[in-house]
Design a binder for this molecule. Structure first.
Ligand SMILES: [Zn+2]
Length: 217
């Protein structure tokens, strides 16, 4: 999606050097696959080990945000993550279908048990802006993510439309936010990102207070 198919990670002073695009540093399991189309299949404990390396043994330097893109649902990876580093919060990304909502609901339940805060929920593929009538068509149903946000009292942070431009841009390694920055889809992504950043600031301040509180005891 970032045009990094040929990217590979270099090692410098025993630290992984992340690939970089437009100020975004990236490490990925995908870089380990010999060819871009070859899926990386590893067992849970090995993935957990690699994840720890990505977190600890990578030359990240100073970051504004560290985002870990997790597989859907519950499993070893979120558990390892929660046990390895303090997490500001979990951002739940779902689609309107009931099946996706069920997966998201289970994940929220797991992170609640682990005492990891939930940043909020974003709905992807929310609607399709029809080129013929310019109306929003809710192809996969309406309000799935909003229902989750109400059920768990977590913020609803945005909806990303279904748009062939996003898909084409991702295939070409040119994110729509860079290639068509004024398009409605790019605007929807920007609004969602701002909402996420605002919630992260609130949660980070809380986390800092808690850590200082613990240190003072
Ligand atoms: Zn239409």
């Amino acid at each position: 999606m970032l045009g990094m198919q040929k990217a590979f990670m270099e090692v410098d002073n025993n630290k992984l050097q992340p690939a970089e695009m437009d100020g975004l540093k990236v490490v990925s399991f995908g870089f380990f696959a010999e060819q871009a189309h070859q899926a990386a299949i590893y067992r849970g404990p090995i993935i957990s080990g690699i994840l720890k390396q990505f977190l600890v043994d990578t030359n990240w330097s100073n970051l504004d945000y560290l985002i870990v893109d997790l597989p859907p649902g519950t499993g070893d990876i979120p558990l390892t993550l929660a046990q390895t580093i303090p997490i500001t919060g979990i951002l739940v990304v779902t689609t309107p279908q009931d099946v996706a909502s069920n997966v998201a609901t289970k994940a929220i339940g797991m992170f609640n048990k682990l005492n990891v805060p939930i940043i909020g929920v974003i709905e992807n593929m929310s609607y399709f802006i029809c080129p013929k009538c310019s109306d929003k068509h809710y192809i996969f149903g309406e309000g799935g993510a909003k229902r989750i946000s109400e059920q768990f009292s977590i913020p609803f942070l945005g909806e990303i439309p279904l748009n062939s431009g996003i898909m084409e841009g991702s295939d070409k390694g040119k994110p729509i936010i860079l290639s068509h920055p004024t398009s409605p889809s790019a605007e929807a992504i920007r609004v969602s990102a701002k909402n996420v950043a605002a919630q992260c600031s609130i949660l980070a301040a809380k986390l800092k207070e808690e850590m200082q509180g613990t240190a003072a005891q």
